[in-house]
Design a protein around this ligand. Sequence first.
Ligand code: GLN
Length: 191
Amino acid sequence: MIGVLAIQGDVSEHVDAAKRALEKMNENKEVVLVRRPADLEKVTHLVIPGGESTTISRILERVGLRDSIIRRAREGSIAIMGTCAGSILMAKKVVDDSRVKTLELMDMEIQRNAFGRQRESFEMPVYIEGIGDFPAVFIRAPIIKSCHGDCRVLSRIRDGILMAKQERFLALVFHPELTNDTRIYEMFLKM
Ligand code: GLN
């Protein structure tokens, strides 16, 4: 089963996007909401949606999901994709912000709200390694400042990194669920 973390943020958009991708891949898998540690046991893939990373991290810890996700990730029994706020949760370090207690899964540094107020939300085509041009939607997006260790850059612009991969983990600062393009989802579901 494919899980979507259903704590806060654009959960239903991710459920729909996952279903679209599965259909396109002719895969007969179910998409389920993950709210408690027990929900996590059933899934091989987990999506962490965009939303508010401070809120998501606080509730993750309160319901005991932070520890269960970290345990599954260390066991190597789950693939995880974090988008926007979700990408913040994937990082080992958040620049100048101690309010988000992340899952510390990827060797990267990320900065919240990196595009400034006048560009709160916008769409821009970006080049992604292994995919090509992709219509990326940014909403109060963070930016990945640096990747080190086993973390690999999949997309970058002048200001920094937009998408990265490490083992079974993907982080992207934009919102693939808000386009009809399922290629990023397909890449993730094959992991
Ligand atoms: N600005 C949000 C944060 O820092 C992320 C925005 C989003 O997920 N669309 O958590």
